[in-house]
Design a protein around this ligand. Sequence first.
Ligand code: GAR
Length: 208
Amino acid sequence: MKKITVLVSGGGTNLQALISACQEGKIKNGKISLVLSSNPNAYAIERAKAANIRTVVVNRKKYSDAKNFNDELLHELKRENPDIIVLAGFMCILDKRIIEHFKNKIINVHPSLIPSFSGKGFYGLHVHEAALKRGVKITGATVHFVNEIPDGGPIILQKCVPVYNADTPEILQKRVMEQAEWLILPEAVSLICSEKFNIKNNIVNIEV
Ligand code: GAR
């Protein structure tokens, strides 16, 4: 059974999708053993507690700089020593030491079809604002491994979602979550827990 740690900062609907998938037996070889939040007020913490999952807060606002924050994060992650780390709406950048220590063990869900609307500054609602501004007719979500390039790691799964004329960023965000993120994140975690993939030349090959 793989030990999963989920990193969160906000509402935690993607965390909820993972919790439900575990409860429904859709993630066969994995168990969420820790939820770590960068925000003490994140509703995701309540979701974890309701599912009897251990929670830890490493409050980003308490640390004067990113290095000190990442020191504490690395300390907590080493202590837990998970097999898989899932960034599920985690709004802080992990530093190189964490990425190297957990190489090919960290995955992220991003609310667009990478490489569109990704990288520095593209997070949360900003991603959907940019998609609407550009007038794309299709957007979606991506689950990818985390490497040193923001949103630049090997892509595991993607799913597309239509964009409509009347969309606001909030409406589009909800559709992308419901029709893409909440489906492909548990699916990707399940694939990784079952070790049904390999990575060659930065490309993820899924073994079916
Ligand atoms: C999700 O849409 C997730 O893809 C996005 O933030 C939201 C968190 O929602 N993440 C990023 O933008 C990271 N670059 P949640 O807390 O309800 O899961």
